[in-house]
Write a protein that binds this ligand. Structure first.
Ligand SMILES: [Zn+2]
Length: 143
């Protein structure tokens, strides 16, 4: 994303990822799945090209056909876990859409209430628990 002139190509479809709002890498960064020092050398992808992740974005504004590996299909998850992951990933995706206008420094892109994942499941629980009361959510609702 830093190299605007050449752009980073999607590791899945090969087309350049033009904007941060399309970036699966930055979505994972917002989710604390990728750390800031990994952004430069982690392969890019479009959000919708990683269907295993994109299937958890539940928002009418996210309207792309996606492919999901059968063994990662969310329909195989139990309801509580699926809803939990959907809520966190959808919130991260909405934040991603808002980041270009947010004026935030890149170090503040990650969801503030998601703990860097020593234990990803635990960090998801934390973020859901704090979920709707954060300032971030208020900012997102306004946008
Ligand atoms: Zn792609």
């Amino acid at each position: 994303m830093a190299e605007c002139d050449s752009g980073y190509r999607c590791r899945i479809c090969g087309v350049p990822v033009d904007e941060i709002i399309e970036s699966e890498l930055y979505l994972r960064y917002v989710l604390c799945d990728v750390q800031i020092d990994q952004l430069a050398d982690t392969p890019e992808a479009h959000v919708w090209c990683n269907g295993n992740l994109a299937q958890f974005i539940v928002d009418p504004a996210f309207d792309h056909p996606i492919k999901v590996d059968p063994e990662h299909d969310k329909s195989a998850m139990d309801d509580a876990t699926r809803r939990l992951v959907e809520s966190v990933v959808t919130r991260a995706w909405k934040r991603l859409q808002w980041l270009p206008e947010s004026g935030l420094d890149v170090t503040r892109y990650p969801l503030e209430d998601v703990v860097p994942p020593d234990d990803p499941e635990e960090s998801l629980k934390v973020s859901t628990r704090l979920g709707d009361s954060t300032r971030l959510d208020d900012a997102e609702r306004r946008s």
